[in-house]
Design a protein around this ligand. Sequence first.
Ligand code: SAM
Length: 313
Amino acid sequence: MAATPADLSTNTDGHLPVLPAAVLDGWCGRLDGTYVDCTYGRGGHSRGLLDRLSAAARLYAIDRDPQAVAEARALAEQDRRVTAMDGNFAELLPTFDEASCAGVLMDLGVSSPQLDQGERGFSFQTDGPLDMRMDPRRGQSAADWLANASEAEIADALYHYGEENASRRIAKLIVAQRASAPLLRTLELADLVASVVPRRGRTHPATKTFQALRIVVNDELGALESGLQSALRVLEQGGRLAVISFHSLEDRVVKRFMAARAKAPAVDRRLPPSSEEFVPELRLLGKYEADQAELAANARARSARLRVAERLR
Ligand SMILES: C[S@@+](CC[C@H](N)C(=O)[O-])C[C@H]1O[C@@H](n2cnc3c(N)ncnc32)[C@H](O)[C@@H]1O
């Protein structure tokens, strides 16, 4: 028997799922279908979905963060509909059969526990090692990347992935600083950036720099681009793709991906009309943002954008 909602772990480590109602309405189609949560985190969205699904449904819960995977495994032990998967969704989605899933969810970026635990290195407010890897078992930490990248590479990353106007000044300072001692701590970097970037209102001066480094260290945009392609391949006809992004770079990728597959190709008016009506791959179901009540309860929801599309063929 599938566990009832009351049996399920409610450990969210302070992570509130964003746009919970719109996500469930968008992601959930067939009640006995196979679903993929590409970004399990603390499972807020997954648990909501399981409450709706029938006993015959399946949920694959993916995360690249070992702590999140441990949470997903704990849920899988309580609910036989759930399978936990450890890794990057960009590598795991291609292992699913084509047209096998009723819904795929991506809730991009980092979770509250990742941000709150100083030792993970994502926070410019709590001191910790300059790590920022969602999966600390693989790849270069932010400290390693900053130690080896050229000044131009650092400036380009801050500009393109952080949309930081002071990218050249910050990169110059980082390179000057690392010549005397390696940059190893989050607050060291945050203070360095604050010495050249003025505070903008309540936003910390290092916000954009930390965003850029996180994106580079985790190849977040690369994972998103290939993950979207694979998600479309694994969706069945009528299946739903729901993606939550937290900054304009991500949202642009999602918007363009969905829009390009939701429109008919340009018609050459000199040719006779085709007898078959063109059916696009996707139908756009909507774009959602948090309302005032959610914003009051969850500051992370401020920049969240949910886009939902349905596979038509
Ligand atoms: C915003 S949180 C998800 C929160 C989740 N929806 C919830 O309700 O608890 C994002 C999670 O996605 C994971 N993640 C981000 N990019 C990933 C990727 N490419 N592959 C696998 N997991 C990823 C992060 O490790 C993090 O745990």
